[in-house]
Design a protein around this ligand. Structure first.
Ligand code: PNS
Length: 164
């Protein structure tokens, strides 16, 4: 049986920090499914289709990694995929409160599930999609933090907004 891990998130958009976690997860599991949450309560900058397209472009060279999307409960998605492992990246202790809440709830509704927390490279400790968007919107250089396909999409998105 291949060991399948699911890496869920908003990925709005995917960053080098997310990709770092994907690579680490892939070292531990045979297949990693990065899945974009379609019904997140957060308002998003990129549509689900755009987020999936960007994530696919970024993981194209990585064997054993797929990109998907899901709606509804994460644990129902895991059951459908035959997975019992949720991957989450944690950057700092402050992330853990939210992560513990989610992991406990997921375990309560799917007792066989394990949440696996991975720490990204230190370069990405302070990285988040929302911070990147905030500074990119104001014209800062974000080349070090975004994969090439995402960089182009972010530039286009904020240039268009400026023109409006
Ligand atoms: O990148 P994010 O926004 O921190 O990801 C959060 C996400 C999408 C993993 C979480 O909100 C989620 O799992 N949503 C699906 C609905 C669900 O199953 N909720 C119960 C988990 S507490």
């Amino acid at each position: 049986m291949p060991r399948i891990a699911v890496y869920p998130g908003s990925f709005d958009p995917i960053t080098n920090g997310h990709l770092d976690i994907v690579r680490r997860a892939r070292r531990l599991f045979d297949r990693v499914i990065l899945t974009v949450a379609a019904n997140s309560s957060k308002s998003s900058t990129f549509s689900v289709a755009e987020r999936v397209r960007l994530a696919k472009a970024c993981v194209a060279g990585l064997g054993g990694v797929e990109v998907d999307t899901f709606d509804g409960l994460l644990v129902d998605y895991l059951r459908r995929k035959g997975s019992r492992v949720i991957i989450r990246g944690v950057r700092a202790v402050s992330d853990m409160e939210y992560e513990f809440q989610m992991a406990s709830m997921n375990r309560a509704i799917y007792p066989e599930v394990e949440s696996v927390f991975l720490m990204p490279d230190e370069r990405y400790t302070y990285l988040s999609s929302s911070i990147i968007k905030e500074v990119a919107r104001m014209g800062a250089h974000v080349e070090d933090y975004l994969p090439v396909p995402v960089l182009a999409a972010v530039k286009r998105r904020f240039a268009r907004r400026k023109r409006k």
